[in-house]
Design a binder for this molecule. Structure first.
Ligand code: SF4
Ligand code: SF4
Length: 99
């Protein structure tokens, strides 16, 4: 299935990815991270065109969120085995690293 990750170290919560994703997979984060930024949450990963199609076509499609992110914070691994509908911000919350 693949996996989308937002790297909290780089994300500044500008929400450009939310605006540009045609499949609306991101939503505004509700909790600030340690730097006070509201990192978007990945709520509909399974809708991602890049994850669904790229492996079959053997070329990258879409990737608009990555192109538009000014901080290169979005990673999309089309070969990741794990079907993980989460992102690092949620993982960090689970670990108690962010409030
Ligand atoms: S576009 Fe990049 S920096 Fe802006 S909120 Fe999305 S992941 Fe974070
Ligand atoms: S690759 Fe395209 S469909 Fe997938 S999250 Fe980014 S903008 Fe949305």
């Amino acid at each position: 299935m693949g996996k989308i990750t937002i790297n909290e170290k780089y994300c500044k919560g500008c929400n450009i990815c939310i605006e540009y994703c045609p499949m609306k997979i991101f939503e505004q984060g509700e909790e600030p991270n340690q730097r006070g930024y509201f990192v978007p949450e990945i709520v509909h990963q399974k809708r991602c065109t890049k994850l669904m199609v790229s492996k079959h076509l053997k070329r990258n499609v879409c990737g608009l969120c990555q192109e538009m992110c000014p901080d290169f914070a979005i990673e999309i691994d089309i070969y990741a085995e794990e079907d993980n509908n989460t992102c690092q911000s949620l993982t960090a919350k689970a670990r108690g690293l962010v409030p």
